[in-house]
Design a binder for this molecule. Structure first.
Ligand code: SF4
Ligand code: SF4
Length: 476
């Protein structure tokens, strides 16, 4: 509370920003017991979470061209995206993709706020759609949970706690193994699981430690991850502006808030001097981060939409239009704009689309086999008989297919003959093969001092890559 010159107290409307809802004045954690949400957004998020969870679990079992659909094997420096193998030689692509990704995330957040947090973030999905749902099943809704937390350690409480935390830990072990399959591969994971623990003791302990970390995150840390740990969450303050679309309370329509008298005549509510907010606080009770969205956009809000559903249900009951809390921008609410797809949103969306296309094009130009051909230093052309010239070259062929492939070299259109120096090239193994070869060309096919030839790497009858080489001959 501040004081004005004439000593009238002024309410500090931003005072709530001085503390976070989950910490009390003494600095102790305030445990949140959010009321179970229900409504159209919650249903949509549930269906989306089923799809995303199913994808997360099934993807490691799917193979494309003999390779796992997605793999991020940091230890072996092998990465597979939708069956395409990326090796350290593709590092430049990753750097470009990362840079575009950062720009994309910033632009996306500037326009659409934290929509990712509410709908697709693994933390939110596991917390709200898996662990919280199990908690509601075992402990009941918010009031029952609060009561149970305060209750003495009766048999019922012990059974509920043991059951809940055993299930939580089992899910944490499952999540760890699923994530592990994305790192070491599902085949390797299956092999390790089928062998005695004593043969993989170090790995087993690491797996238990990671499971413990997941269990800790979802049973104790919970919303604190979004509020205090997640770097994306911490950056919201600099990425959002008054045009960003967020979960927002329409204070123009809602204020002054207050209880409304029961309707005696049909237009009783409309005639009330109060706004549409009846101050029922249901939007606060469902919030998993414990905030009051009516105070305005806050760092803690993960845009989970639970408050939208809660308030829509209230509006239905009091015969007022839905959307007192809705997706909108601060500017949209202040100026009463009817659409959230303003010119600015459309322009930014167009830029985001261009960035996505740029990444797609960049990746489509990538080849599975790359050849670097260079003339051996210090060598000159050689006369072969009266009519032919030969040059010696080195090859370094990179294989990103994830397996050894049969291969041979040839000069396009039969313009030259290849002879290997040392062992002949018959296959290209991972990650690369090197060697030397000579190319012999009829003098009549030469076009001066330097003639451009095309070297083809052929595997199973198909050209897998081409490289231009400079063939050196005598001056004419
Ligand atoms: S749920 Fe809606 S009506 Fe109830 S307090 Fe929140 S904003 Fe007001
Ligand atoms: S304020 Fe609303 S959208 Fe934000 S976290 Fe709370 S319930 Fe979810």
């Amino acid at each position: 509370m501040n004081t004005s010159n004439n000593q009238e107290p002024i309410r500090d409307t931003e005072a709530f920003r001085d503390s976070i809802a989950t910490v009390d004045k003494q600095g102790h954690r305030k445990w949140i017991f959010p009321k179970k949400p229900k409504g159209r957004y919650y249903n949509a998020r549930t269906y989306l979470s089923w799809f995303l969870l199913a994808f997360l679990i099934i993807a490691p079992f799917i193979k494309v061209n003999g390779e796992q659909l997605l793999l991020f094997n940091i230890l072996k420096r092998k990465f597979i995206l939708f069956g395409i193998v990326f090796t350290p030689q593709d590092f430049h692509l990753f750097v470009f993709a990362m840079l575009i990704g950062i720009v994309f995330i910033i632009l996306f957040t500037v326009v659409y706020g934290r929509v990712f947090c509410g709908w697709a973030c693994p933390q939110t999905i596991f917390m709200e759609m898996v662990f919280r749902k199990i908690e509601y099943l075992i402990d009941g809704d918010a009031s029952a949970q609060r009561k149970l937390a305060k209750a003495p350690w009766t048999t019922e409480k012990v059974i509920k706690r043991v059951l809940k935390h055993t299930i939580f830990f089992a899910i944490a072990v499952f999540i760890t193994n699923i994530f592990l399959s994305y790192i070491i591969g599902m085949d390797e994971l299956k092999r390790i699981i089928s062998e005695p623990v004593s043969e993989h003791l170090g790995g087993f302990i690491a797996m238990l430690l990671f499971s413990g970390a997941f269990y800790f995150v979802f049973s104790w840390m919970r919303e604190q991850v979004c509020i205090a740990v997640c770097p994306y969450g911490r950056l919201q303050g600099v990425m959002l502006d008054q045009n960003s679309i967020v979960v927002a309370y329409d204070f123009i329509r809602g204020e002054p808030r207050g209880k409304k008298r029961k309707k005696k005549v049909p237009d009783a509510v409309e005639a009330s001097p109060l706004g549409d907010c009846i101050d029922c606080k249901l939007c606060v009770q469902v919030c998993p981060t414990g905030i009051d969205i009516r105070n305005g956009t806050q760092l803690e809000c993960v845009n989970c939409t639970a408050c939208i559903d809660a308030c829509d249900a209230v509006m239905d009951k009091i015969d007022r239009p839905r959307g007192l809390i809705r997706y909108d921008s601060l500017k949209g609410i202040k100026e009463g704009q009817k659409t959230i797809f303003t010119g600015r949103v459309k322009a930014y969306t167009a830029v985001l689309t261009v960035l996505l296309i740029a990444v797609g094009v960049m990746f489509s130009f990538r080849t599975n086999v790359e050849a670097i051909i260079s003339q051996v230093r210090g060598t000159k052309y050689q006369e072969v008989g009266e009519n032919q010239i030969s040059n010696i070259f080195m090859y370094d062929i990179v294989n990103k297919m994830g397996r050894t492939i049969p291969a041979e070299l040839r000069i396009k259109d039969g313009l030259g003959k290849i002879d290997y120096i040392g062992s002949p090239l018959d296959s290209i193994y991972m990650p690369n093969v090197t060697g030397r070869f000579s190319v012999t060309v009829d003098k009549k096919n030469l076009k001066g001092r330097k003639t451009k030839l095309v070297l083809e790497v052929v595997s199973d009858g198909k050209v897998v890559t081409r490289e231009k080489i400079n063939f050196v001959g005598p001056y004419r």
